[in-house]
Design a protein around this ligand. Structure first.
Ligand code: MTE
Length: 317
């Protein structure tokens, strides 16, 4: 997702994605490509503290889950660097306790929650969701969390609340990628900010997430709390959240600020709207070789398409 100016991009890079992959598969051999994520598994971090939650069968896709090792070692978390293995390698610098989440803005009951208090407030459940990254890969992950809607109802948004803004921790001491320097360059303005329309945030699929695979969220996956919005590209799922704010105007998100022509506010998974630099029609499920067709709304159209009735999703990408 690195942001580069158009003038920095060689013309050979623009639509040659498929060709590049074919050539690479030919040269390196199909097996090497398929094995790439499991190679990363060699550096897999040890399992974390166990976290129990019963699976909610109404929110569990049947696709087989991606291996834990891949989920915990193939990450996008630019606060740790721009390479997929940077987060697992460097995330030990993040301190997920003590941690607070400030919930405020247009609500009747603003409150700064201690993370452990927040986790105890609502019953945790396990949900198996697909996650589709805008870069063209996907995973299936058994998350543990509770519906964001439960928290929203508790703080009682006023009629002025139209959007919800999520902010990640800003601390260059814990996040090397937030330090100024060539190697951390991501093109993003810190802190990482994401947002949802209030009805999207209230949707039963939207999960405030504190664990995965039966354990507390590994740092590299956004400890101690992140949001997961399965019908949108992965970057909407902000990690290591310290603030949730209810606002009247559409928030300016980190990716929109960095490259508005590439990353819109809605970012619903949409195989018919290409990213300006590559197609979104197919994806590679991590651990598989053959590319799959990307489904509208990442396969959640039955549940969420009605949120966008009458909207031109080419315009509101
Ligand atoms: N949140 C923050 N704060 N910083 C990031 O760089 N990357 C996003 C999203 N949340 C990101 C973030 C992107 S691009 C993706 S695909 C998902 O996190 C990846 O989540 P995972 O590493 O748990 O699979």
């Amino acid at each position: 997702m690195l942001v580069r100016r158009a003038s920095d991009i060689k013309s050979s890079e623009i639509t040659d994605d498929k060709l590049y992959l074919n050539r690479r598969a030919f040269l390196a051999g199909a097996a090497a490509l398929a094995l790439a994520p499991s190679r990363a598994a060699a550096a897999a971090p040890p399992s974390g503290q166990p976290l129990k939650a019963a699976r909610n069968p109404g929110f569990a896709v049947e696709d087989p889950p991606t291996k834990f090792e891949s989920v915990a070692t193939y990450n996008n978390f630019y606060e740790f660097g721009v390479n997929k293995d940077d987060p697992a390698r460097l995330a030990h610098t993040l301190r997920p306790r003590p941690w607070t989440v400030e919930v405020g803005g247009h609500v009747l009951r603003p409150k700064t929650y201690d993370i452990d208090e927040l986790i105890r407030l609502f019953p945790l459940e396990e949900r198996v969701y697909r996650l589709r990254c805008v870069e063209g890969w996907s995973m299936v992950i058994p998350w543990i969390g509770f519906p964001l809607a439960s928290l929203i109802k508790r703080v009682e948004p006023t009629s002025q609340a139209k959007f919800v803004e999520f902010t990640t921790l800003l601390d260059p001491e814990q996040f090397p990628g937030q330090r100024k320097g060539l190697f951390s360059f991501s093109g993003l303005d810190w802190p990482y900010v994401e947002g949802l329309r209030l009805d999207e945030a209230l949707h039963p699929l939207t999960l405030l997430t504190v664990g995965l695979y039966g354990q507390v969220l590994p740092n590299q996956n956004g400890a101690p709390v992140r949001v997961v919005v399965p019908w949108k590209y992965g970057f909407k799922s902000a990690k290591s959240i310290v603030r949730i704010r209810f606002v009247g105007e559409q928030p300016k998100t980190a990716w929109e600020k960095a490259a508005p022509q590439e990353y819109g506010f809605y970012s619903n998974v949409n195989p018919t709207v290409d990213h300006p630099r590559w197609s979104q029609a197919t994806e590679r499920r991590i651990g598989e070789f053959r590319r799959r067709k990307t489904l509208p709304f990442n396969g959640y159209a039955d549940q969420v398409a009605s949120l966008y009735t009458g909207m031109d999703l080419r315009k509101f990408y």
